[in-house]
Design a protein around this ligand. Structure first.
Ligand SMILES: [Mg+2]
Length: 200
């Protein structure tokens, strides 16, 4: 059987795009507070900024529709360079993101996402808007959301945790840069010991 390179399932927010950095700027506008008053040392859910569990949706809609959140986030350094290197070496880049979590905003979310990916020169073959990331299928996932990392690993999927302030408690394998992601994928045999299914 012809061997193939693994499919890499790549998350966007907090992995390729600096979601927390850009959202911090927009939240400062939303709350009319100085930027410095909002810590960058956040946990998942952004409770440090005073956002209640049910209070995020309004901020998100403002960010998406009035500040073009998904089109204006800075790229996390290295994402373009190392994803291009992996793609050129034959790895199959599959973007998997859960950005459609608020109803009736999907056109904006999708169009901003596609424009951002092209503008930043991110190479990819597939773009999946999915909550259940394990349902998409990938051989190696790159993910920053602690709950997603746990769920993927618990279901047997090799998952690199892309480090940020929301996931300090998550166990290795971890990467605090794209250079480290690349090294883990290309140099670490123990990441690739699983038997990969045939391409269908
Ligand atoms: Mg993420």
């Amino acid at each position: 059987m012809k061997s193939r390179k693994p499919v890499i399932g790549v998350d966007l927010d907090g992995v390729c795009a600096d979601f927390y950095g850009r959202m911090r700027e927009i939240a400062a506008e939303w709350f009319e507070r100085p930027l410095d008053s909002l810590t960058s040392d956040v946990s998942y859910g952004l409770g440090e900024w005073g956002i209640s569990p049910g209070g995020y949706d309004s901020l998100h809609r403002f960010a998406l529709h009035q500040r073009e959140l998904f089109e204006t986030m800075p790229m996390i350094p290295g994402a373009r360079r190392y994803l291009r290197m992996l793609s050129d070496e034959g790895y199959h880049i599959r973007i998997i993101t859960h950005r459609l979590f608020i109803h009736y905003s999907h056109a904006s979310a999708v169009s901003q996402t596609v424009a951002w990916l092209d503008r930043h020169g991110i190479p990819y073959w597939d773009l999946c808007f999915m909550k259940e990331k394990s349902a998409v299928g990938a051989d190696i996932y790159i993910e920053d959301n602690p709950a997603n990392v746990e769920q993927l690993r618990n279901s047997g999927h090799t998952t690199i945790c892309f480090a940020n302030s929301t996931n300090r408690h998550v166990a290795p394998p971890r990467a605090d840069s794209w250079a480290e992601v690349y090294r883990l994928i290309t140099c670490r045999d123990d990441l690739l010991t699983d038997t990969h299914p045939s391409v269908t």
